[in-house]
Each structure stands twice: as C-alpha cells, then as structure tokens.
Design a protein around this ligand. Structure first.
Ligand code: KG4
Ligand code: ZN
Length: 334
C-alpha cells in the first residue's frame, strides 16, 4: 500500500511517498526559515502563501525524482491539526483536490501523533512508553498505551520549549529559528548565569518557561553579557526542568521506556544528557535522527498508514482545526 503525505502545519512544506512494505520511496521538504528569518519568528500569512506557492512544484519534483506514478497511491494523508490555521487549510485543500482527482480516500493525521511515530520510521518501540514532545508549539508528556491511545500527563502552561529558544534568540538578535543557533553557541559557553527553573520542584508534570525567558531578558537589558554563556545558562535551565519532569513521570508511572520527539529533540545537549541518564538509570531511550526530529512528511505518512490500516478515513467535508487535543483525536473516526 502507498500513501502520499502532506505536511504544512508551520514553516516547512513537506511531501512524502511511503509504502508499508518498502518504507520511504521519496521525500521532499522545503524550509521557509529564510522567509521568516528577518521577523525572528513565523509570520502566519507568509507561511500560508509560501505553502500555496510551493506545494505543486514540490509534488512535481517528487514525482519526477522518484519516477512514481501518482495513480498508484492508495490514499492521501495530511496534517489536519494542530498548527497555523491558514497553513493547515492550504495543505488540507491540496490534499482534498488530489483525493478528488485520484478518487482516493483522505486520512487525517495529528501533527503530534506524527512526531511521536517519527521514531517508528527507524525502529518500532514497544508499548507502553512515555513520549516527551518538545517543539516550537508544544512541550508535552504523554503516556502512549498503543496507537491512538494517548494519555496526556502534563506540559507547559505557557511557552513551548522551542518557542522559548526562538524568543531568547530574538532577544539576542540571533535570527530564526533560534534553537539550532543557541545549541551551537552554548557549546562554546559556560552556564555561569543564575536562571530560574520554574515549577521544577512541583509534584506535577506541569512546566513553565515564560519566567525563564523574562530572566534572560533582564540580563540582556543590563547590556554586558556573553552570548555563549547566556545560551549555555538558558539551555541548562531548560534541560534541568525537562529531565526532572521526565524522571518524575517514570517514577509515577513505572514506565522505563522514553521517546523524545519534535524539533528540540534535535538539540545536542538534550541528546547527550538523556543518553547519559538512560545509561546511568537503565531506561530505554529513543530519539529519532535530527532530520526526523523537525517537521517532515515521513512521520505524517507513517501515522497515516497506521490510521488507514485501522479503517480510519475522513469525511469529504473535513476541515482543519488549530488545535484538537491529541487524546481526543486518537479516538476520532475509529
Ligand atoms: O517540530 P518542529 O520542527 O516544528 C513544530 O512543530 O513546532 O520544531 C521547531 C522548533 C523551533 O522552535 C526550533 O527553534 C527548535 O524546534 N529546534 C531546536 C533545535 N532545532 C530545532 N531547538 C533546540 N536545539 C536545536 N538543535
Ligand atoms: Zn512539529
């Protein structure tokens, strides 16, 4: 069976042709980072315009590069939610038009479900497991019981971790996306600044990162600071909070199997730290290759295939939503 998947929830336009037997047949991704760079963050209208401009030429290139006949597609999978609504609408309209033309079903995918299953593209993970999703829009911990069964344990009450990286980078005038830039800078710095670790001591899985950003801003406003040291200090505070909450989740659930996904899971310090902890404490750790950490269409294809195999297809009048909770989405149409 073959699917064509479409991902347009934020600032990456991505398409993938995927087979349940052969895996990824072809994959294409166009980042809009350059378009948003001057603004220090994603501009929703520009994002939607870029998706509209690029989807068709990208599909054309994907089909030419792979030599794949689009008529062999069994269904179209696409990101329905969550994301920037205008960008989701562009992707959904494209998916619907293709499905109509090819007379094939449409399979809606949740972007976070896609992220969770990005690790399965490399190697399936045994259930149950804990999933830490750290991206530009989300910082959540889920207990994944099986495909479609997601229990939300807790998450950020304000900024997502990726969002804080981007905002802190903007405060330091480093450009967008801030995560990879701060990741690099931190390697050459020392964590000498005292920064808060909000909610770290609380006996819950909730987190908060906006106070951390404000503390960074205060240091910047004083004027005299080293970007490398501030980056290292900020990163250490973030990782301390994530580590503590994950260890708490393991303690409370007794589950010693962890998946870390989403753009921030590309972070080198996050990888180093959790690898070290997993070896020391003896838990199983799965983090996808950095290329699969950030937004891509392979993960949407994988989750779409799992949904289709369970008989889940969308009605023709389906409409994207900015944020359907994953727990609820997992039970829809099944
Ligand atoms: O998953 P993703 O590509 O898109 C969303 O679904 O949000 O995540 C994008 C986020 C951005 O905030 C970006 O700064 C962050 O992931 N990111 C990183 C790194 N690479 C990307 N954050 C920290 N370190 C990195 N190496
Ligand atoms: Zn994402």
């Amino acid at each position: 069976m073959h699917t064509l998947s479409i991902e347009t929830s934020c600032d990456e336009t991505a398409l993938c042709i995927y087979s349940d037997e052969k895996g990824v047949i072809g994959d294409i991704i166009l980042s809009q980072a350059k378009v948003h760079f001057p603004y220090g963050g994603v501009v929703p209208e520009l994002s939607a315009r870029e998706h509209t401009k690029n989807l068709l030429p990208l599909l054309d290139k994907l089909l030419k590069d792979t030599g794949f006949d689009i008529k062999r597609i069994d269904f179209i999978s696409f990101t329905l939610t969550p994301g920037l609504i205008l960008s989701l609408v562009v992707g959904a309209s494209f998916a619907k038009a293709l499905a109509y033309y090819l007379k094939k079903p449409l399979v809606p995918v949740h972007h976070l479900e896609g992220h969770i299953y990005s690790v399965f593209l490399e190697k399936p993970v045994e259930y149950p497991f804990l999933a830490l999703i750290v991206s530009g829009g989300h910082t959540d911990i889920y207990l994944v019981e099986s495909f479609g069964n997601y229990l939300f344990l807790g998450g950020t009450l304000d900024d997502a971790v990726g969002e804080s990286y981007d905002k802190v980078a903007k405060l330091m005038d480093l450009g967008y996306p801030g995560g990879p830039i701060i990741d690099q800078l931190a390697k050459g710095g020392n964590a000498i600044y005292k920064l808060p670790r909000p909610m770290i001591e609380e006996d819950s899985f909730d987190m908060s990162f906006s106070g951390l950003k404000t503390a960074v801003r205060k240091i910047i406003e004083k004027g005299d600071y080293l970007k490398e040291d501030l980056s290292a200090s900020f990163q250490e505070a973030v990782m301390d909070v994530l580590e503590r909450k994950i260890l708490l989740a393991m303690e409370k659930t007794g589950i010693k199997r962890l998946v870390i996904v989403g753009g921030v899971s590309a972070n080198s310090e996050l990888r180093r730290r959790f690898k070290e902890k997993s070896q020391k404490l003896g838990f199983e750790l799965h983090i996808p290759h950095p290329k699969l950490s950030t937004d891509n269409a392979q993960m949407i294809a994988y989750a779409g295939m799992e949904r289709f195999k369970r008989g889940i297809v969308a009605p023709e009048n389906i409409n994207p939503e900015p944020n359907i909770p994953l727990e609820i989405f997992g039970k829809l149409w099944s």
